[in-house]
Design a binder for this molecule. Structure first.
Ligand code: CO
Length: 134
C-alpha cells in the first residue's frame, strides 16, 4: 500500500524568512507561495531530488498548524507524506485496522492537485501522516 515519500513538511512562523534560508543559506530552489485556504496554510516546495520539503505557514483563522506553532514557536517537522495508488482503498484498509483518519474522512485536494488525507499521529508513532494519491 505504502508508496514513495512524497515530501516532509516543516511548519514555520514566517514563510518568507524560511524560504530565504532555503534559497540563500542552503542554495535550494523554492517555489512561489501557494495559498491553500481549504487546508488553512500557505505552502512552498523545495525539490531535493529524491523527495521534496514542504514549508507551511498558517493561513486564516483556526489554521490546523496554529497550535503546533504555539508549541514550537520557531517551527518544526510537522508531517510526512507518503504516496498511495488508491487513496480510498488505502483509507478503507486503514480504518478497518483501527487507524483514525482526520477530518470527515474524505480526501481533500492537496497542493499538487491530487487527493490527500491525514492520519492521526497517535496511531503512527507520534507522527502526523499525509497520504497523497500518486
Ligand atoms: Co503535506
Amino acid at each position: 500500500m505504502l508508496g514513495r515519500l512524497n515530501h516532509v513538511a516543516i511548519a514555520v512562523p514566517d514563510l518568507a524568512a524560511a524560504s530565504a534560508v532555503y534559497r540563500q543559506t542552503l542554495g535550494a530552489k523554492v517555489t512561489e507561495p501557494q495559498a491553500l485556504p481549504e487546508h488553512g496554510v500557505t505552502v512552498v516546495f523545495i525539490d531535493v531530488g529524491n523527495t521534496k520539503i514542504e514549508l507551511l505557514e498558517p493561513l486564516g483563522e483556526g489554521s490546523p498548524i496554529a497550535a503546533f506553532l504555539d508549541k514550537n514557536p520557531s517551527g518544526g517537522m510537522h508531517h510526512v507524506c507518503y504516496e498511495v495508488d488508491d487513496i480510498l482503498a488505502a483509507r478503507d484498509r486503514l480504518k478497518a485496522s483501527g487507524a483514525r483518519v482526520l477530518g470527515d474522512g474524505n480526501p481533500k485536494i492537496g497542493a499538487h492537485g491530487k487527493p490527500v488525507l491525514f492520519l492521526h499521529p497517535k496511531d503512527f508513532q507520534g507522527t502526523l501522516v499525509e497520504l497523497e494519491q500518486a
